[in-house]
Write a new protein. Structure first.
Length: 717
């Protein structure tokens, strides 16, 4: 028989024996290429790849052309935030669709692959009738068949078992991927920086104009001093601040601007020492020297911002100062005969009463009246020492105490959402300009002179670098016009502390002058004058149980003598100097915010530090191990589907799948010993049993079996 049909589109096969003339010609079957499964694969794969790829990308950065990090320093506008949210919505929608389609699509593809598999003619692939029935029943979803495969007993021929094993594996990976995604991918809320939220027009009556003002969700926290400001802080102003605060300082109360130095790794609360006083950052818990002593085990530093200040989605570096001091007794002959240095700090105080006199000598070698810091933002360390000698004291004649102090200046990162609210460690080096611009909100502003003098200058922002070369001195400040004592710049914290405790206008010097006046006038206090108590209560650390007993019970000379006796030992002197150094560091960092500060320091605002809550957005949180696991599963699934698509596209089939109509056609063909197609199938007991019962078989090649019988009978003849 001849046909005009294309062999690729309409192939006609006669399933009966061509040499037989006894039987009528059987019906013909068309072999066609079925592309439904291929189209379905092409539509399904994007629903799997796109959401997973987007999930991996979103776990590290937003999908946006203008930002490569969630902590984009300029901040996201409202429209940009909506764009970020749309990706989250798209991922969830695509994942939902993929999870619904996974099993039906993959099972449909496998079903069409099974038709091609059963139709292929290979001598080594002999499918029994039972195998064909199992494929028609989608054995890759049959638990009993899979259980037999797991027990290594098999269900049918070797070819059948291999096909079902591969098909069930592909279906299993496809079914596991959606629940694994839900288990291994956690979505969490994070706060991202917000930028310009809009603009509002503000009308000004004079002149009658409207000015457009940007809308931002920021809260100012203060300004941080730049290194150049340190060169302009007057020594006398810092000393005055220390003298004002030292009497009321309480060791049991938390110090607002004192931070615990965890070096960037803040321990949980149960690892902190038992708190004494009202807070962990009280001086009772703070280590004064290099070694812990008793309860005082926590190192600390001073910042211009209250303890645990956070900046939300903003990221800033701020300056910090930390000091330590250690004191010891020295032999009598170790006090310097001449205080060394180009400009050492020297002073002495003489206290006299009716029976004896006591002299206190202080020597700090080096240079005072000059800032010990450079304009660098890198870590800087400075060391100071002081010698104190008490001559003529009743308890400790000619005692000498030597104290060594070390101070470090540097920068650290304030707590923010990026580092989970914990503040950073001390930086040894200021970050590079590229890192500052990319990751941080550190930005300064300085005045650039206009070409025309009458125009003054215009503000210009800049990213701070390692060296502060943008901050200029206040032009209107004239040092020569100040009193001489105001011309000196703030020195190191130890010199400042010594000047506050023992220098001019210090408590001990004022009271010493009172005792001298009392002795010279030969007057004795039969009762305390009313002016004495306020003066007595101004002694350093009076409210920290460091001072003498009630001022109402002591005369000025008794108060001075008892105070010196109590303080002139290494441990007490450490407490006194350390407390004063804490206040000196705080004053140096905060003085530029005072609108009444000398030298017009307020004209140099420093860097503004702000808090911003930002936008709350969902972000996938997936570990590297989870990415690898899910990616492997997806790769296996996609690779298997692509192979199935190629396999299906190579061979035309007489039916798309083993549906009810296909089984009916096979059954009708079996009654006449011919099939819609001619494949190779092994004769088995199912075939004989069902033929005897007159039940149509699915895809059992009656023709092949009849042919083998005829050949066998011819051999016998």
């Amino acid at each position: 028989m001849t046909t005009n049909e294309s062999p690729e589109e309409n192939i006609l096969l006669n399933a009966s024996d061509n040499t037989s003339t006894e039987k009528a010609s059987p019906p013909y079957s068309k072999l066609k290429y079925h592309y439904a499964a291929i189209w379905l694969i092409g539509l399904y794969i994007p629903f799997v790849i796109i959401p997973w790829t987007a999930t991996v990308v979103l776990s590290y950065r937003p999908i946006a052309k203008f930002a490569n990090t969630y902590y984009y320093p300029p901040g996201f506008t409202t429209d940009e935030f909506k764009h970020l949210q749309s990706w989250v919505t798209a991922v969830n929608v695509l994942n939902s669709i993929a999870s619904l389609l996974a099993v039906p699509v993959v099972s449909f593809v496998i079903a069409q692959t099974a038709v091609v598999f059963s139709q292929q003619k290979t001598p080594t692939r002999q499918l029994s009738v039972r195998d064909v029935f199992a494929l028609a029943d989608r054995a890759w979803t049959d638990v009993s068949v899979l259980f037999k495969l797991l027990r290594a007993k098999g269900h049918g021929s070797r070819a059948f078992n291999g096909f079902v094993a591969l098909a069930s594996t592909l279906l299993l990976f496809s079914a596991l991927q959606p629940p694994l995604y839900q288990v291994l991918v956690n979505w969490k809320n994070i706060n991202v920086p917000s930028g310009l939220l809009g603009e509002i027009n503000i009308r000004h009556p004079s002149p009658n104009t409207e000015i457009s003002t940007p809308v931002l969700d920021t809260i100012p926290l203060g300004t941080d001093a730049d290194p150049a400001i340190m060169e302009m802080i007057p020594h006398a102003t810092v000393v005055q601040n220390v003298q004002l605060e030292l009497p009321s300082m309480r060791w049991s109360a938390p110090e607002t601007y004192m931070w615990i130095d965890f070096n960037g790794t803040q321990p949980p609360n149960n690892q902190l020492p038992n708190q004494q006083g009202d807070g962990v950052n009280s001086l009772l818990n703070i280590r004064m020297g290099e070694k812990p002593r008793g309860q005082q085990i926590l190192p600390a530093f001073i910042s211009a911002f209250p303890y645990n200040t956070t900046t939300g989605t903003k990221r800033y570096h701020v300056m910090r100062l930390n000091s330590s001091v250690e004191c010891e007794f020295l032999s009598k002959d170790t006090f310097p005969a001449t205080c060394s240095g180009s400009k050492p700090y020297e002073t002495s105080i003489t206290m006299q009463n009716e029976t004896s006199s006591t002299e206190l000598r202080v020597c700090i070698p080096g240079v005072w009246g000059t800032s010990p810091w450079t304009r660098s933002r890198n870590r800087q360390d400075t060391k100071e020492e002081v010698f104190l000698q008490l001559l003529g004291g009743s308890n400790q004649n000619d005692s000498i105490i030597h104290c060594s102090a070390a101070t470090t200046r540097g920068y650290f990162e304030l707590g923010n959402y990026r580092i989970n609210g914990a503040y950073g460690r001390l930086l040894d080096h200021w970050p590079s300009p590229e890192i500052i611009e990319r990751d941080f909100n550190d930005k300064g502003s300085h005045c650039v002179k206009e070409e025309s003098p009458e125009l003054g200058c215009r503000p210009e922002s800049y990213y701070p670098t390692e060296w502060d070369n943008k901050t200029d001195k206040v032009e209107s400040w004239n040092a020569s016009a100040e009193p001489e004592y105001m011309r000196w710049n703030a020195s190191g914290p130890l010199v400042t502390s010594a000047a506050a405790i023992f220098g001019n206008n210090s408590w001990i010097r004022v009271v010493a002058n009172l005792t001298s006046t009392q002795t010279n006038s030969s007057d004795s206090y039969t009762s305390m004058p009313p002016w004495w108590k306020p003066i007595c209560e101004r002694q350093p650390l009076y409210h920290s149980s460091f001072g003498v007993r009630s001022c109402e019970d002591l005369t000025p000379s008794e108060a001075v003598g008892r105070w010196l006796t109590y303080s002139f030992d290494p441990e007490s002197m450490e407490r006194l100097l350390f407390s004063s150094m804490v206040l000196a560091n705080k004053a140096i960092l905060l003085i530029h915010r005072n609108n009444e500060a000398p030298r017009k320091l307020w004209e140099i605002q420093g860097r503004a530090i702000e808090y911003s809550p930002g936008f709350s957005i969902l972000k996938p949180d997936v570990s590297l191990a989870s990415i690898i696991v899910i990616s492997i599963i997806l790769a296996i699934q996609i690779f298997g589907l692509v192979l199935c698509g190629i396999y299906i596209a190579r061979v035309p089939t007489w039916t798309r799948s083993f549906n009810a109509m296909a089984i009916a056609r096979i059954g009708s063909g079996l009654a006449k010993d011919h099939l819609p197609i001619d494949g190779q199938y092994a004769e088995d007991e199912d075939y004989q049993r069902l033929r005897t019962a007159g039940i149509p078989l699915s895809m059992a090649s009656a023709n092949a079996i009849v042919c083998r019988r005829k050949k066998g009978s011819q051999v016998k003849k």
